[in-house]
Design a protein around this ligand. Structure first.
Ligand code: ATP
Length: 453
């Protein structure tokens, strides 16, 4: 049985150390969460899986890690300063504040049902900063609300350092900050979150082909790499396109409350490079951009064969890493009936994503021979460099299995008295609970096989 509500996941995350409320001991802060020992591992594994698909498996995408604080002008020309706002309404009866575009019925308060609602007003989503020695409280910089713009402004830097022919891409994973009106859904909508975004620069004649290519590639990653069944995912085209977009669709995952966005794939035309380039009038820019008098660099591409110099189009894939983790945990969350009134909770994660790859468990606590043998096995497994290995020394085997089922450890290795006699240990598999004895010398190979599937 899967998790019925997000509260099931929230409880597991807190109990087992995946995610905690940010600044919890002071009452928390809406939309901010802290990732604990297993949360950081799962996030890393998702990031690595994405980086592997985007960078290491291809030869046409470069990596970037841009600053999170940035010059105000960047957000002026990207259009965020003037236009990055949500329509905010307030219920005059109960005081609830809501995003009008996300209300079940825009004429009725989501909280109390009252129809006495204010007119929508624009609400700036970017978090402004006042930085530097002369800072006087006035906003002179912003925390980035997305990674994408910080990629566009580095287009020329990357291309000069690593020359590529079109199409080529730049990928980035990093924090983004949005002053969301109503953070909700645990880590689904936060004020500080993480994005994994890739901008693919293409010739304007080829945009539709590459939009389709990336749509398919990204959906395949969700199913084949994260292991989410296809029926829990769907594409939803945007019904209202942003003024610069030629096409856009979301990849949605079926959360307990229904399908919701986890990633976007967008054809942004030449809006971004066209907005940030110097000498805009030298180019035929198709998207509507405001005049840029401040940029110091031409963000164009010169075709070495035809000598055509133009502003490339951008196909963007934009994923929320926290939402990916939430979807992965929700999909893996399984309550199993074991008969006789017993049940277990098990996180059936792909072994590559699991926060702990293997646990070594001596059957009894503080028995020197058992502990020494267990520590030797632990060291052998660490040398494989496959991720986190844990040694348990509590002597409560049932409790240890339960804990490792709940955090998704694919395999436990139990050292018992028979081990001291014949040099074998028990391998206990998470999903089937199958137990088999293997020689200590064969443990690393057996664990590798389980992790690599
Ligand atoms: P939404 O419509 O849900 O506000 P968006 O369309 O504004 O999202 P994008 O700007 O396309 O989102 O960002 C790309 C991805 O970043 C989204 O698909 C989502 O996974 C993630 N994301 C966006 N906002 C948040 C947030 N406040 N908290 C967590 N993840 C987010």
């Amino acid at each position: 049985m899967p998790a019925k509500t997000i509260s099931d996941i929230v409880a597991l995350c807190k109990r087992r150390g995946f995610i905690f409320t940010g600044s919890e001991i002071y009452g928390g802060l809406g939309g901010a969460y802290d990732y604990g020992p297993y949360g950081v591992e799962l996030m890393r594994n998702i990031r690595d899986a994405w980086w592997n698909a985007m960078i290491y498996s291809r030869n046409d995408i470069e990596g970037l890690d841009a600053a999170q604080i940035s010059n105000r002008l960047m957000w002026k020309y990207s259009g965020h300063e003037a236009g990055f706002s949500d329509p905010l309404v307030e219920c005059k009866k109960c005081g609830a504040r809501m995003r009008q575009d996300k209300m079940a019925d825009p004429t009725k308060c989501d909280n109390c049902g009252s129809t006495d609602i204010t007119e929508p007003r624009a609400y700036q989503l970017m978090m402004g900063l006042s930085i530097g020695a002369m800072a006087d409280g006035a906003i002179n910089a912003y925390l980035r609300p997305e990674t994408a713009t910080t990629t566009y402004v580095n287009f020329k830097n990357v291309l000069d350092a690593r020359p590529h022919k079109l199409p080529f891409g730049i990928a980035q994973i990093g924090k983004a900050f949005r002053n969301e009106i109503s953070p909700r859904g645990f880590v689904f909508r936060m004020r500080e979150f993480e994005q994994a975004e890739m901008q693919y620069f293409v010739h304007p004649d080829t945009d539709e082909k590459y939009f389709e290519m990336w749509r398919a590639a990204r959906m395949a990653w969700w199913t084949d790499v994260l292991g989410i069944p296809a029926e829990k995912l769907r594409f939803t085209p945007h019904d209202k396109l942003a003024h610069y977009a030629k096409a856009a669709c979301d990849i949605e995952y079926e959360f307990p409350d229904g399908f919701d966005e986890v990633e976007g794939v967008h054809n942004r035309q030449d809006f971004d490079l066209g907005s940030h380039t110097k000498a805009q009038n030298e180019f035929k820019i198709n998207a509507h951009v405001i005049e840029n008098k401040d940029s110091t660099v031409k963000l164009s591409y010169s075709d070495p064969q035809t000598s055509e110099n133009f502003i490339p189009y951008v196909i963007e894939t934009a994923m929320g890493v926290n939402r990916a983790m939430l979807a992965v945990m929700h999909n893996a969350y399984t309550e199993e009936d074991l008969g006789d009134g017993k049940s277990r909770l098990v996180l059936k994660l792909r072994p590559k994503l699991a926060p702990v790859k293997a646990a070594v468990i001596p059957l009894a606590r503080n028995v020197p021979e058992l502990l020494d043998t267990a520590m030797n096995i632990e060291n052998d497994l660490r040398r494989l460099a496959i991720g986190r290995i844990e040694l348990e020394n509590s002597g409560n085997i049932g409790k240890n299995y339960r804990r490792h089922d709940e955090i998704g450890t694919p395999v436990c290795i139990t050292v018992d008295h028979q081990t001291l006699e014949d040099g074998t240990v028990t391998l206990r598999l998470r999903d089937t609970m199958e137990q088999r004895r293997v020689n200590i010398a064969d443990v690393p190979a057996a664990v590798l096989e389980i992790i690599n599937g």
